[in-house]
Design a protein around this ligand. Structure first.
Ligand code: BES
Ligand code: MN
Ligand code: ZN
Length: 485
């Protein structure tokens, strides 16, 4: 991370910007009115969330940060305000800021929101030969230097680094982040952080009979990989959570090739995998009490001379067969193997994240993931983690009568449904590979994994969606009661 975050009692004279948060009420309160308030009013400052007013004061710049109405100020609003501050003050090196303290929210949550807002909005990635010069390098939180505040900062920075790692991986072009490079990178990160890692190469994948992964890989000159990660907590684990991430390093569509427009952003098709490794990289610092296993199948989806042909039948790890009618519906094929493998270890719950269907983007737009699955208690835990983390999700159904849409005359199923409800049939196909009774959540992150614009804490490109949700899910994980679904 290029920004260091520290604490101090009050804003040091050395900081180039001193930022102060104000709520609408604080701003309007007659007892607080000063010359400054009057000046701000002439500048049309009303303390809306994310409204920033820079005021030069000698060698320092004062930044007044709007926090909006007090009763609406939560971590999401605070993150938005902090991101706006980072954008407005991006050309300054050192910023002191009282936002976590002044927000009145619990200090660990508030610190996390502000670190995320400033850190993520300042995120940069690129191969430009000319590097952008000035940028924020130090942020000092004022108001308290207690151990509790310092610990909050340390945890928040771990989350920020986890999201940034996921963004870096998503932003890396498909031609340079091949499956073998992706697996090597993950191994290095995992070893560095103290997470156990096992990488299966092509021979091992064949021995494990991962027919979906091998089928998708058949059109590529880059061999596939399958990565397994394990985080083990100190003390007796409160349960085991399995995380599965789609790792298509580039999706050309295979022989059912994508049109140029639809292929442009397809380096992002490993956003689910990036979320899994991102979240797990933070666990040694954040110390969730459950065991967490990560399963990441990796290949690109190309159209070489021996690529899987429409009509080919693949046999998945759990023995079920799939007739591939559209090679561009490849995510479910590699996830089928991964979900089968994850199920064999009988975890207490599985969650998968996948940039799975364009249809989900059509339904929920660019910022919200589709949530499907079995076991109400577990799905509720995912929704709670969504609420606390800001990674937005919306429940969609898995209607069992839709299963007939993907019946095949020659195999157990085909890999596509009909013209409509593509997100649901994709979810239903995945469900065929989750062993009976295991609580399971599927997140279709096709929309929110990648952003076409820079707003709030997001920057154009990979967003790291899912990292924060998975972190909160693991930290609060409780073995779900089985509800027989
Ligand atoms: N990776 C894509 C889904 C996608 C599309 C993600 C747009 C992000 C943005 C996936 O592999 C795919 O191609 N899905 C097909 C499925 C169809 C062939 C049933 C789709 O959505 O068109
Ligand atoms: Mn595809
Ligand atoms: Zn894909």
């Amino acid at each position: 991370m290029d920004i260091t975050f520290t604490t101090a009692r009050k804003a040091p004279a050395s900081s180039s910007v001193a930022a102060y948060g104000v709520t609408t009420e604080g701003f309007e309160d007659p007892s607080c009115r000063t010359e400054l308030t009057a000046d701000l009013e002439t500048l049309n400052f009303t303390a809306k969330v994310g409204q920033i007013q820079l005021l030069p004061q000698g060698k320092q710049v004062t930044a007044i940060v709007g926090l909006g109405p007090e009763d609406q100020l939560d971590t999401n609003e605070l993150r938005i305000a902090a991101a706006a501050l980072a954008r407005a003050a991006s050309q300054y090196k050192t910023i002191s800021c009282d936002l976590p303290h002044v927000s009145g929210l619990p200090i660990n949550e508030a610190t996390r929101a502000v670190v995320e807002g400033i850190g993520l909005a300042s995120y940069q990635f690129g191969y430009k030969s000319k590097k952008s010069e000035a940028k924020i390098s130090k942020v000092i939180f004022t108001g308290s230097t207690s151990n509790k505040t310092k610990e909050a900062v340390e945890e928040a920075v771990a989350v920020l680094e986890a999201v940034s790692l996921a963004r870096d991986l998503v932003n890396e072009p498909g031609g340079s982040l091949t499956p073998s490079k992706f697996a090597n990178k993950i191994s290095r990160v995992a070893k560095d952080k103290g997470i156990t890692v096992k990488v299966m190469d092509e021979a091992a994948i064949k021995r494990a009979r991962l027919g979906g992964l091998l089928g998708v890989n058949r059109g590529s000159t880059n061999p596939p990989r399958f990565v397994e990660l394990t985080y083990t907590p100190k003390g007796k684990p409160t349960g085991t959570l399995a995380l599965v991430g789609k790792g298509i390093t580039f999706d050309a569509g295979g022989l059912s090739i994508k049109p140029a427009q639809g292929m442009m952003d397809m380096k992002m098709d490993m956003g689910g995998a990036a979320a899994v490794i991102g979240a797990m990289s933070a666990f040694p610092v954040l110390k969730p009490k459950c065991r967490v296993k990560g399963y990441i199948p990796m290949t690109d989806n190309m159209l070489g001379g021996d690529a899987t042909r429409p009509g080919d039948v693949l046999t998945i790890r759990n023995g079920k067969t799939i007739e591939v009618l559209n090679t561009d519906a490849e995510g479910r094929l590699i996830l089928a193997d991964a979900l089968s493998l994850a199920s064999e270890k009988k975890p207490d719950a599985i969650v998968d994240l996948a940039t799975l269907t364009g249809a989900c983007m059509v339904a929920l737009g660019p910022s919200i993931a589709g949530l499907m699955g079995f076991n109400e208690n577990f799905l509720h835990q995912v929704e709670e983690a969504s609420g606390t983390s800001g990674d937005r999700v919306w429940r969609l159904p898995l209607p069992s009568d839709y299963r007939k849409m993907y019946e095949s005359p020659v195999a157990d199923m085909q890999n596509i449904g009909g013209s409509y409800g593509g997100t649901l049939t994709a979810g239903l196909i995945l469900s065929e590979f989750v062993a009976e009774g295991i609580p399971w959540a599927h997140l279709d992150i096709a929309g929110p994994a990648f952003s076409n614009s820079s707003e709030e804490e997001r920057t154009k490109g990979g967003t790291g969606f899912g990292v924060r949700l998975l972190i909160d899910l693991a930290r609060n994980f409780r073995k779900p009661e089985l509800d027989g679904k």
